[in-house]
Design a protein around this ligand. Sequence first.
Ligand SMILES: NC(=O)c1ccc[n+]([C@@H]2O[C@H](COP(=O)([O-])OP(=O)(O)OC[C@H]3O[C@@H](n4cnc5c(N)ncnc54)[C@H](OP(=O)(O)O)[C@@H]3O)[C@@H](O)[C@H]2O)c1
Length: 182
Amino acid sequence: MHRIEGYVIVSADGMIADALGVMPASIRNDADQAFFQAGLDAAAVVVHGRHSHEGGPRAARRKRLVVSRQIAATAPDPAHPNSLLWNPTGTTLEEAVKQLGAGDGVIAIIGGTEVFSMFLPLYDSFHLSRAANAKIPGGRPVFNEVGPTATPEDVLMRHGLKAGPRRDLDAAAAVSLVTWER
Ligand SMILES: NC(=O)c1ccc[n+]([C@@H]2O[C@H](COP(=O)([O-])OP(=O)(O)OC[C@H]3O[C@@H](n4cnc5c(N)ncnc54)[C@H](OP(=O)(O)O)[C@@H]3O)[C@@H](O)[C@H]2O)c1
């Protein structure tokens, strides 16, 4: 049995990276990183696109699926231990997780935009952190549907999730967290 949980930190305007696909320092925060890394330590599998590896000293221990169109279904990932490259059009998530040899538990979805969007119908929880002092005009949104008339919260609501309480992760830096649940 698996739960599907998303993790992200966005700017005030709902962005995860700048126009070049680089995550700026203005949305990096130590308290958020601690929350994120602890969540990934507890997960059975981490799933991300080819440019969204979380890094950090414990990353190599985590079982992961790296989403890519460069393979037909699944293939060993020469770049990372404990990983499989996975093309969702070629194999189901369940089959890819089975091939990875992962047990029950949380499947943590960590981006980028296309991967976050693909899982919108499936999230059991979505951990939405926000760096309220940062803006990234012209940046890459957390979901494809985010834009001038739709915030990340609008999109989560549209896909059937409900907001939990807001929690300050780092009040001085105006970084807060809301976990959305289905
Ligand atoms: N603020 C945050 O919390 C947060 C979270 C995540 C990422 N980021 C940042 O966002 C930036 C990267 O975002 P990104 O959207 O460019 O990268 P990404 O999703 O990590 O990588 C894009 C690549 O993933 C593969 N991919 C994505 N969707 C796919 C699909 N549906 N099917 C098959 N393959 C798929 C493709 O790889 P192939 O080219 O191999 O086909 C694509 O080129 C980085 O700067 C990262 O640090 C920030």
